[in-house]
Design a protein around this ligand. Sequence first.
Ligand code: CP
Ligand code: NVA
Length: 307
Amino acid sequence: MVRHFLKDDDVTPVEQAAILNLALQMKQAPYAHRPFDGPKTVALIFDKTSTRTRVSFAVGVADLGGVPLIIDSATSQMGGKESVADTAKVLGRQVAQIVWRTYAHSGLEEMAANSGVPVINSLSDDYHPCQILADLLTIKEHKGDLAGLKIAYVGDASNNMANSYLLGCATAGMHISVAGPANYLPAHGVVAHAEAIAAKTGGSVSVYGEPTAAIMDADVVVTDTWISMGQESEKEQRMQDFAGYTVDANLMKRAKSNAIFMHCLPAYRGYEVSAEVIDGPQSVIWDEAENRLHAQKALMSWLSQQV
Ligand code: CP
Ligand code: NVA
């Protein structure tokens, strides 16, 4: 059966662990796995801007013996001109996998239902599961076993990163706590879903209004931009709403003294995080950014074996 990776719990806890272990192997031997030998082509479609995702998927496909085909949707027939279903059928007959960064998550579901090849979500309005795989890999490298660790997310707890942390960290058996202003908390359905996963993995889920409560004794502290792609018109309001939610040195003191700090990037110093924290000794953001490559190579390789 063709498998897709549209959100974090599209893989089981055992499968997630296998992908992360494969990523560690691939990091040691970057050119030893050749699932796209042929070479096969992987379509990388972008409806939104990107630096890390574009580079890491393009390099990753090449490392795996394939050819990356980057499609800027603004210069293709996709969108208003041709349906997602028709696009999926055309791509599915020619490429090995489809990686898509888009707005509405439902588009990815339509692509997956019609493509006949694995579809990977490289960010939607609702989830960013490839980033969480890279983050889990980074935590594993710095902290060892994921199960039982506490991760705290502070900031826009209603965005794609927060949703993916909730599902992905619960899948890994971690204790995930999120904090955001009242209008920026995760949807009840996502929290309930994460709680159901955590009940099976030994993890837990907590939602707070106050950052100090969420961050207490955390092993890992994460944040993300207050203004995600597509929300630019809300900038003024959001700047007011998120006042007090900056991850700064004072807040970091509430976490464990050996806590690591992560951020998916791009970062806005002085807003969601202070320069002192993101550029300081607890920050592992460059390992995290590099790990996009290794985690996604493992994901693509694993998906290629499921078909
Ligand atoms: N973290 C991340 O997805 O970065 P890009 O937007 O640069 O791809
Ligand atoms: N929440 C951010 C993540 C960027 C990688 C956004 O969607 O813009």
